[in-house]
Structures are given as structure tokens and as C-alpha cells.
Write a protein that binds this ligand. Structure first.
Ligand code: SF4
Ligand code: FES
Length: 249
């Protein structure tokens, strides 16, 4: 396939940035999108240019690092896949592909297609954990029976990889789907109930401090989430938040 790539280039947070056109030839439909980007970078380096900065790590849909906005969609066309799981067979010869970074106030651009998602880390640090006494013997895994329905829902919420596609795709740049998944995965389990009140209040407070927008229930986040995180988690977090607020903490 021969393609025309329009790639966002930006030299740091304060640079205006803009799209730069790169033609690329002989792209195999079996390449992953990131492999195609690797080939493009080799081409740019061979021509004496500055390679395009983009995030990646596992390339298996696990780490949540790859974060490209492709043809106006977070993680590109297709559902339930991250950018690293997207293959060039989704495109056809002669296509023009627009490649941009996540755009949200809370995700400032570091360079080109790389954004700083440490705002997510700050939210996790505010409460996305359980405090466990690690001294003595390890507790038997079966000592705390958990209803299957709750275990399944907690596991589903825990599949969030923190990629940020939900924020990038939301017209308000809301992080509610991400935060609600992180609140839910712990709130549904007995181990997470001990700190549940403080957790939801602190995580939501931090989310607001980081500059994420409000949720207006458009549902775009659920559609673009590569892990199928459900809007039910947002409803659960809202209930948790209301209950925690009423305790007056
Ligand atoms: S909720 Fe989905 S889109 Fe949002 S960070 Fe988690 S995995 Fe990514
Ligand atoms: S590189 Fe890890 S999820 Fe894409």
C-alpha cells in the first residue's frame, strides 16, 4: 500500500504545532500501525530528519502507553483495540491518514504524539490502592468469600489500562470512565470497602484539580474504550460519591 500520512509535529507544550505530510510506500497490510510508524521514522532518519516521538511499550494491548488519535478516533478505526493492536489492513491503498496526539488540557503534549499522562498517576496516588498489612503469614485466598457477580464486575473494571482514550474522545475531556473503573475495581471487593469513603472523595477531588472536564453522559468514552469499560462504573462511582459526601467527610 502507498499512503499519505498527516502527522502532528509539536516541539514541546508551548509550541503551536501542526500537521506535516509524509508519503510512505510499500506498507504491508500485516504490519501493525506502530510498525508502520517505525518504518516511517527509519525513512525520516535516513533523510536526516528528526524522528516522530510517539509512546509505546508492550505493543500487546496491556500497558496503555500507545495513544494515537487516528482519523479522528482514539486508537483509530475498529472497536476493542489499542493503537498497537491496530493493523494496516484496516486501511486501503491511496488512503490519507491523520495521526494526532490525545488532545486534552490535563494531557499536555511532551513532543509530537507523546503526551504527559501523569495526571492519571496523581489520581491513582490519591486513592487507587488498598492498604494491606504485609507482616505475618499471607492470608488464604479463600478466606474472604466474594459473590461471583461482584468478582466479575470488579475484574471487568480492573481491565482498564489507563490509556486515556476516554478522555481524548470526550468533548469535555472528562476522566470519569477511567476514575470510575479505578474506584469500582476496589469498591466492589471487601478489601476495598475499608477505605472506600476516603478513596472516592480523594480521587474525584484530584480529578477536578488535574483539570479534567465534567461528564455530560455522551457515552463516547465507552464506545472508544479499548477494554470495553462500561458506563455502569460511572453510575456506581456517582452512588459511592453521594454516599461518601453525605457522611460529611
Ligand atoms: S476507561 Fe478505557 S479508555 Fe479510559 S483509560 Fe481505561 S482503558 Fe483507556
Ligand atoms: S503499547 Fe502497550 S497497550 Fe499499546
Amino acid at each position: 500500500m502507498n499512503l499519505t500520512l498527516k502527522v502532528w509535529r509539536q516541539n514541546g507544550e508551548n509550541d503551536k504545532g501542526g500537521l506535516v505530510t509524509y508519503p510512505i510506500s510499500n506498507v504491508s497490510e500485516d504490519m501493525s500501525f506502530l510498525e508502520m510508524m517505525d518504518v516511517l521514522n527509519e525513512q525520516i532518519i535516513a533523510d536526516g530528519g528528526d524522528p516522530i516521538a510517539f509512546d509505546h511499550d508492550c505493543r500487546e494491548g496491556i500497558c496503555g502507553m500507545c495513544s494515537l488519535y487516528i482519523n479522528g478516533e482514539a486508537h483509530g478505526p475498529g472497536r476493542g483495540v489499542t493503537t498497537c493492536q491496530l493493523h494496516m489492513r484496516e486501511f486501503k491503498d491511496g488512503d490519507t491518514i491523520f495521526i494526532e496526539p490525545w488532545k486534552a488540557k490535563a494531557f499536555p503534549v511532551i513532543k509530537d504524539l507523546m503526551v504527559d499522562r501523569s495526571s492519571f498517576d496523581a489520581i491513582i496516588q490519591a486513592g487507587g490502592y488498598v492498604s494491606v498489612n504485609t507482616s505475618g503469614n499471607t492470608q488464604d485466598a479463600n478466606a474472604l468469600p466474594i459473590e461471583k457477580e461482584k468478582a466479575d464486575a470488579a475484574f471487568d473494571a480492573a481491565t482498564c489500562i489507563g490509556c486515556g482514550a476516554c478522555v481524548a474522545t470526550c468533548k469535555n475531556s472528562s476522566a470519569m470512565l477511567f476514575v470510575s473503573a479505578k474506584v469500582s475495581q476496589l469498591a466492589l471487593l471487601p478489601q476495598g470497602r475499608v477505605e472506600a469513603t476516603d478513596r472516592v472523595l480523594n480521587m474525584v477531588r484530584q480529578m477536578d484539580l488535574e483539570g479534567f472536564g465534567n461528564c455530560t453522559n455522551t457515552g463516547a468514552c465507552e464506545v472508544e474504550c479499548p477494554k470495553g469499560i462500561s458506563l455502569e462504573n460511572i453510575a456506581r462511582m456517582n452512588r459511592e460519591y453521594l454516599a461518601a459526601s453525605l457522611t460529611g467527610k
